[in-house]
Design a protein around this ligand. Structure first.
Ligand code: AP5
Length: 218
């Protein structure tokens, strides 16, 4: 299964990508997670990306496209993959189509997570992350067992630098301008499936599984 999740920040792409990648045994590839790891490592790509990621802008296409191409050459992607947060611009989508075409593979579905502004703001301002193992929590919807401590590794949870209201609003503007046009791009290709991302985790998971069951096996 080869899938792409698109949708505004905080719509639940990462949360549901983790659940589905475990169910389908395919890697969850989040460009946001890869960029944050590179920033923490202090690598050259991380140095280039830091100011864009922390201010809610987009990292230049050339950097992200190269990063995704390299990741998709790893062996674990042979049986499929779930891309979360890529492509995010028309330039990225076109380069991705070309790269897939060159190796003769197709996407099975592009899932658009459609969430209201109220949901987005509530989810992002309440999100907490584990800086060590990347586990994702929400102070009200998915709280850790012990307040502010990661269930998986015991580290203190943090709020992402781009999860403050001003930066969230900037990310939403960037989403509308640069990423929303991809909805029509993939609709025209007949690959788009839409979900109501305002649903709670269990209900949305059921809906996603129904959609994936209807995707023809290649
Ligand atoms: P990235 O990390 O991809 O951020 P994003 O797309 O803005 O998405 P988020 O991670 O904020 O939200 P999500 O939809 O995954 O929500 P989540 O599941 O965590 O990118 C960050 C930055 O990196 C970008 O701004 C950019 O600078 C750069 N970047 C990344 N990719 C790039 C690219 N391709 N090109 C250029 N630059 C790029 O859920 C949010 C919260 O809600 C969580 O607390 C969760 O617990 C809760 N929740 C989730 N689902 C539900 C549900 N169904 N019900 C109740 N609560 C829920």
């Amino acid at each position: 299964m080869r899938l792409v999740f698109i949708g505004p920040p905080g719509a639940g792409k990462g949360t549901h990508a983790k659940i589905l990648s475990a169910k389908y045994h395919i890697p969850h590839i989040s460009t946001g997670d890869i960029l944050r790891a590179k920033i923490n490592d202090g690598s050259e790509i991380g140095k280039k990306a830091k100011s864009y990621v922390e201010s809610g802008g987009l990292v230049p296409d050339s950097v992200v496209i190269q990063m995704v191409k390299e990741r998709l050459q790893e062996r674990d992607t042979q049986a499929g993959f779930l891309l979360d947060g890529f492509p995010r611009t028309l330039g990225q989508a076109e380069a991705f189509d070309q790269a897939l075409c060159q190796v003769g593979i197709h996407l099975d579905a592009v899932i658009d997570f459609n969430a209201s502004l109220k949901t987005i703001l509530r989810r992002l301002t309440g999100r907490r992350m584990c800086p060590k193992c990347n586990a994702n929590y929400h102070i009200a919807n998915m709280p850790p067992k012990k307040s502010n401590i990661c269930d998986e590794c015991g580290s203190a949870l943090v709020q992402r630098k781009d999860d403050h209201e001003e930066t969230i609003l900037k990310r939403l503007e960037v989403y509308k301008k640069d990423t929303e046009p991809l909805i029509n791009y993939y609709r025209k290709q007949g690959q788009l499936k839409e979900v109501n991302a305002d649903l709670e985790v269990k209900e949305l998971d059921v809906h996603l599984l129904e959609i994936l069951k209807s995707v023809p096996a290649r």
